[in-house]
Design a protein around this ligand. Structure first.
Ligand SMILES: O=P(O)(O)OC[C@H]1O[C@@](CO)(OP(=O)(O)O)[C@@H](O)[C@@H]1O
Length: 696
């Protein structure tokens, strides 16, 4: 093991069978010194841990000392690359000896519980895994449940010069790429003072050092809705009889013509949204047909086509805009009424009992939705396969006189995406929560899929939107038929611009401004000293956090406290948005809250009473801010690369509430501290959040 050492390096040695490296032969010290010609292999092992299982972290362990010499307690932890992707990367000579190892799951800083993957030892030769080893199976809870994670492996030939660059990137941004607890490559490091500009703006190598807890919030209304038992299932013996259902459904006695009395006094009444939404709502109310004021978005599609995810995104978007919106998941009704582990037989086209049971729960859900609309609800998202024309006719009959139906069909022809959705379904759907054997669950679900495919009839009736292969946000197409009105138009525009590809969005306020120091609102002041220090730290953070991203963009408002905060950031384009300017405090601009209370007590009290709707004289309300941020949300949904939004307290409260699905009433009082970065990771399994506080 020809290695050389230089002072101060940690012990260790290069991988066996090294192609030999220059450098004076020293003890079996670190791998230092210049490289001996020849390209090297940059190997990347990845595991897609699509399901969070406690604090278990993927590790690698095997024969080599650096990966534990087959002692699980000394396994090497994989690094989290994305919300559900874990990675271990290292550099080896192309002709390295075979490395044998296995994956295991255990807490990062504890030896137990420790779950070693099933199957034979894995062999890495020439940087690549031998055999068909794309999956890792783990038996949880002592054999009664098997989870399967996908494994990826890549080996790229890199030259010493590329290694030099990658070494600098790794040295500055993450832990150095290590295989033996020491840099497995090293180039003369830049002199230490280079990263210190004396202002203390440098950061710890490990950004985890800055992570702070996310404030706990009560479950979102969406989560509460999912957990609640539906109204129609609470009163046993619903109004429906089977013959009613089989004759394609008729109006239930309870859901007579909707009463369109004004429910503004209703505590769920939609807040008086401002701007476009208010104008449209008035127009629809005055001119639209009675039933158009209530909208049912009825999803259509085979299982594992992303219907529920689309329903969740659409619900969040419409609620954020101030429309009283609710998601009705028929699968939940079925599980509550008929149990959660129905086999594929329940879904067979020749299973009359199954058909009746499925139509019954669909009608119950539709009945609840219509009742909810009578109570003030405006947009119901009806989430089920609704895969036959007969079922859709039944729903249309129930909607007559109550609401307008728009069918939203999701069609996916990409087998890889379907496979991924199926895997997520088996791992996460309540239908398979009790299914210990992953393979058995997979088979059952594929059989259910076949049963649906036998009877599936694409949408041709009524008003409809077809989303065809739009999941990745690349290409695909959207077909629209007989769609009109403000809200349906907004929905189409949102669907055209949103996709499910995971990418981080970083939200942060500007560095502390002079007005912040003095407690004055609004204005357009420069940064304080602390604010300027934050700007430098933020630039360091962004360089580390986004270095491995191909592209990213920096968005600021047009006020100088955000533009100055963005100045030290290099390498990414910066865009100034007026829409990101702070709430306009009108005649109170530049005042302190105490001065407002003293000089305009009635304004102060009005704002205190209803901060969401209160509008500063010649200024804005939070609802006004939300309305002007709608194009920002659409653009954030459309972006596929990371975006850093440097904006203001009120604006960030409004943007954050969208991603966190918080009700509008909470927006004006949300915690949005200075010098803190909120990372929102949007992906297939929903939205995850992480906060980094770089300084007080
Ligand atoms: O709605 P409130 O709680 O007043 O917060 C908004 C206020 O926050 C401030 C700071 O007080 O925003 P920022 O400094 O982030 O630009 C004011 O400019 C703005 O008027």
């Amino acid at each position: 093991m020809g290695t050389s050492g230089s002072k101060g390096d940690v012990g260790g040695a290069a991988l066996p069978g090294d192609g030999g490296m220059d450098g004076d032969e020293g003890s079996a010290g670190a791998v230092m010194g210049s490289w001996h010609g020849g390209a090297q292999l940059y190997v990347s092992l990845k595991m897609e841990k699509a399901r969070i299982i406690g604090d278990l972290v993927p590790h690698v362990y095997g024969s080599e000392p650096i990966i534990g010499s087959w002692d699980p307690a000394h396994a090497l932890a994989m690094e989290r690359e994305l919300a559900s992707m874990w990675e271990l990367s290292f550099v080896v000579p192309p002709d390295h000896e075979t490395l044998d190892f296995k994956f295991l799951l255990k807490p990062k800083d504890a030896a137990t519980p420790c779950i070693i993957e099933e199957g034979p030892t894995r062999l890495l030769t020439g940087g690549m895994l031998e055999g068909d080893v794309r999956l890792a199976n783990f038996k949880l809870n002592g054999n009664d449940e098997v989870v399967e994670f996908r494994v990826f492996n890549k080996a790229d030939i890199v030259s010493p010069l590329e290694l030099a660059a990658s070494w600098r990137v790794y040295k500055e941004n993450f832990q150095p790429s290590m295989v033996r607890g020491i840099p497995d490559i090293s180039i003369n490091e830049a002199p230490a003072h280079a990263t210190e500009d004396g202002s203390g703006s440098s950061l710890e190598l490990d950004l985890e050092h800055y992570v702070v807890p996310t404030p706990t919030a009560p479950p979102t209304e969406y989560a509460a809705n999912l957990a609640a038992t539906p109204a129609s299932l609470i009163q046993p013996g619903a109004l429906w009889t089977n013959d009613m259902l089989l004759s394609d459904g008729i109006q239930s006695p309870r859901s007579g013509p909707a009463d369109f009395q004004d429910h503004s006094d209703h505590n769920k009444a939609m807040p008086e949204a401002a701007g476009a939404v208010a104008a449209a709502a008035v127009a629809d109310r005055l001119h639209g047909s009675k039933e158009d004021r209530k909208l049912a978005i009825v999803l259509v599609g085979l299982p594992a086509r992303g219907k529920t995810f689309t329903a969740v995104k659409l619900t969040r978007y419409l609620r954020w805009l101030g429309h009283e919106t609710k998601h009705f998941n028929v699968g939940k009704y079925r599980r509550l009424k008929h149990g959660a582990n129905q086999s594929a037989d329940f879904f067979r086209p020749d299973n009359q009992e199954g058909i009746e049971a499925r139509n019954e729960v669909a009608a119950l859900a539709m009945e609840d939705m219509i009742d909810w609309m009578h109570g003030g609800g405006q947009v119901g998202i009806f989430d089920a396969t609704n895969s036959t024309s007969k079922r859709r006719q039944m729903l249309m009959k129930m909607a007559e006189g109550n609401c307008k139906i728009i069918f939203l069909e999701t069609i996916c022809n990409d087998r890889n995406i379907i496979e991924r959705n199926v895997r997520l379904k088996i791992q996460q759907s309540p239908d398979y929560a009790d299914q210990p054997d992953y393979e058995a669950g997979l088979q059952d679900f594929l059989e259910r899929l076949t049963n649906y495919e036998k009877v599936y009839e694409p949408v041709e009736e009524g008003s409809y939107i077809k989303m065809i292969d739009m999941v990745k946000g690349e290409g695909g197409q959207l077909q629209v038929n007989n769609i009109s009105g403000y809200l349906p138009g907004r929905i189409v525009f949102f669907l055209v611009n949103s996709h499910l590809a995971p990418r981080p969005i970083l939200l942060t306020r500007h560095g502390e401004s002079l007005h912040n120091v003095r407690g004055r609102v609004g204005g357009d002041t420069v940064l304080s000293e602390d604010g300027e220090l934050y700007a430098k730290k933020l630039a360091n953070f962004i360089e580390k956090r986004l270095k491995s991203e191909k592209t990213a963009t920096i968005w600021t408002s047009t006020l100088q406290r955000t533009i100055l905060t963005a100045t030290p950031i290099v390498g990414f384009p910066k865009i100034q948005w007026r829409a990101l300017d702070e709430i306009n405090s009108g005649v109170c601009d530049g005042m302190t809250y105490e001065e407002i209370k003293k000089i305009m007590p009635e304004e102060y009290e009005s704002r205190k009473k209803d901060k969401l709707r209160y509008r500063y004289p010649r200024g804005e309300s939070y609802l006004d801010v939300i309305q002007r941020l709608e194009p920002v949300i659409i653009e954030l949904e459309r972006q596929r690369a990371p975006v850093v939004v440097i904006s203001h307290q009120a604006v960030l409260r409004a943007l954050y509430s969208y991603f966190a699905d918080r009700p509008l009433r909470e927006v004006p009082d949300m915690e949005m501290p200075l010098h803190t970065i909120i990372e929102i990771q949007m992906g297939v399994t929903g939205v995850e959040e992480k906060r980094y506080k770089l300084m007080d």
